[in-house]
Design a protein around this ligand. Structure first.
Ligand SMILES: [Zn+2]
Length: 371
């Protein structure tokens, strides 16, 4: 070894004896070098970018700095970290490891480094798998949002049942809190911005708008294992948000708050009902508005601070059949509410100013193979 040269070590898993190309990532944090020995053919098959790279003679010396005189394989310097490269190679060689549960709160954090390299090296199969996982966790339409809500309600019911029946309920079912089974919006947002998966953003921002700023995911995890006992508790990894994302969130939250306030106003007013109901049920308008103000609309001020107007309209939608109206008027009011939900869903990108001077995905930097 040349004096002053940093010692290199072989990666524990991806220094494959029969590999025919050495990848040397960027120096890791402690200044060491980890070498990967992989198959040119496998990577070339999956990645047109790496295929092009390997078609050229390696720019550096053949000999990696690991004292192994027997090795005479081409060596390529990569700008990626050893950690990211390791995760990426795992996804290439063992695609099954990508099958993470879409609803787990850590999934976006684990998929982000893989997706960044999959985009950079144009590995279509990995991009498709990761996009699929993230898209399943974050609804892309109102009907998907309603499906996800229904599943969440079922899950909440299981925990509520356990709380009411188990003698020593610990807040967990099969070793997991409810929060461990639901996607966490700030991690999803970070993933979507960094990896350019913008389809995830509306649902992630929308979900964040109704999470109290005081409920920080990491603080709750550190506090005690029982912090997540409250099954309705929503928390987010607030520290992942950048200043422009906070601005979007505050604007969107105000926008949704106005929607909640307008809905509460409309459904608490006699004249609004008189306008919507037919002659058959118009006589019920006053009693109905009074009843709603004392019932489903009662928590209005709080709802507007942490707004979830689609949830509010869904609760109204589900309550309409119990309002004692004729079938025709019931249909009319439910139709109004469904239409309002569609409008609310379509408004989300504008409410959070998405798509306006949106950050360019960091993956647009091109091939970063250093000489
Ligand atoms: Zn009627």
């Amino acid at each position: 070894m040349v004096k002053g040269q940093i010692a290199a070590r072989n990666h524990a898993k991806f220094y494959l004896e029969d590999g025919d190309v050495i990848l040397q990532p960027y120096k890791d944090q402690i200044g060491g070098i980890t070498l990967f020995c992989v198959h040119k053919g496998v990577l070339s098959f999956n990645s047109p970018v790496l295929r092009e790279l390997f078609a050229k003679p390696p720019p550096g010396p053949k000999q990696p700095a690991n004292n192994d005189a027997a090795i005479e394989k081409p060596l390529y310097h990569m700008k990626d970290s050893a950690q990211d490269l390791s995760e990426f190679l795992r996804a290439v060689y063992e695609p099954g490891t990508l099958l993470l549960p879409e609803s787990a709160p850590d999934t976006p954090l684990r998929l982000a480094p893989i997706m960044k390299l999959a985009v950079k090296y144009q590995v279509a199969s990995i991009q498709a798998s990761v996009t699929d996982i993230m898209s399943r966790a974050w609804p892309q339409s109102l009907s998907e949002w309603l499906d996800a809500r229904a599943q969440r309600k079922l899950l909440e019911q299981k925990y509520t049942d356990a709380m009411n029946t188990a003698d020593n309920y610990t807040g967990m079912l099969d070793g997991k809190h409810l929060a461990d089974r639901l996607p966490e919006p700030a991690a999803a947002l970070r993933f979507a911005h960094d990896c350019g998966l913008h389809g995830v953003l509306p649902a992630a921002y929308y979900a964040l708008a109704s999470v109290p700023a005081a409920k920080d995911w990491d603080e709750l995890q550190r506090a005690s294992p029982d912090s997540f006992d409250d099954i309705h508790l929503r928390a987010a990894r607030w520290s992942l948000l950048r200043p422009d994302e906070w601005r979007r969130l505050v604007r969107g939250r105000e926008h949704l708050g106005r929607s909640v306030a307008l809905t509460l106003e409309a459904y608490g007013r006699t004249d609004e009902f008189e306008e919507r109901l037919g002659d058959c049920c118009r006589g019920e308008a006053s009693a109905l508005a009074t009843r709603l103000r004392g019932g489903v609309l009662r928590n209005g001020a709080f709802d507007a601070l942490l707004p979830d107007p689609i949830e509010l309209t869904q609760q109204l939608f589900e309550a309409v059949p119990s309002w004692g109206l004729c079938t025709s008027c019931t249909d009319t009011l439910q139709g109004d509410l469904r239409f309002a939900q569609e409008c609310l869903w379509l408004e989300i990108p504008r409410a959070f100013t998405l798509g306006q001077s949106d950050a360019v995905p960091e993956t647009g930097e091109g091939i970063s193979v250093a000489l």
